[in-house]
Ligand binder design. Structure first.
Ligand code: SF4
Length: 176
């Protein structure tokens, strides 16, 4: 079975890729870029992922372009609910690509993070899958949380300190 895995960053893909491969899945990764700000940070995360993918022989597709402006336009005035748009766009883009590429399923490394809204991601993934006509493969990868962190540290992988968008960077660092 072929699965297209949306990958938010290299550290978060360690456990999902291992889990899916151990279940006999043929995995390909997809790196979505528009929500990672600024651009130099996006490139750093992409390069980290590319290096890791080469090490483990994982094929990945990296999104072309960098629609920072479109991302901001879609969340302005509803910044506190921005993650819903962000999850939806990332999962929809992945599902469309998976459908075009004749994959059996699509899923996301967002299901690995303890810091993301897990149930919302599941619900959006399943709904997007139904509307596009490709099943969302739901897995709770969070049980491998500690193992993934340890492996990323052992590999001296770049580990970012904020989720991705410029709003999350402010929440992480700004102190009044
Ligand atoms: S905090 Fe993370 S999930 Fe939420 S909008 Fe920003 S990048 Fe997307």
């Amino acid at each position: 079975m072929k699965v297209l895995l949306h990958i938010c960053c290299a550290p978060c893909c360690i456990v999902p890729v291992e889990t899916l491969k151990s279940e006999g899945m043929d995995v390909m990764g997809f790196f979505y870029r528009h929500n990672i700000h600024p651009y130099t940070e996006c490139l750093r995360r992409q390069e980290t992922l590319q290096r890791y993918a080469d090490q483990i022989n994982l094929k990945i597709i990296c999104q072309e372009g960098y629609d920072l402006e479109v991302f901001i336009q879609n969340v302005v005035y509803r910044e506190t609910d921005r993650c819903t748009y962000c999850y939806h766009d990332r999962l929809r883009t992945t599902a469309l690509l998976a459908k075009r590429g004749k994959f059996d399923y699509f899923t996301s490394t967002l299901l690995y993070s303890k810091f993301q809204k897990h149930d919302t991601i599941r619900s959006i993934g399943e709904s997007v899958g139904r509307s596009i006509g490709i099943p969302f493969l739901y897995k709770d990868f969070r049980s491998g949380w500690k193992e993934g962190i340890k492996t990323s540290k052992d590999l001296k992988m770049y580990r970012q300190q904020y989720c991705g968008c410029i709003y999350s960077e402010k929440e992480r660092y700004y102190r009044q």
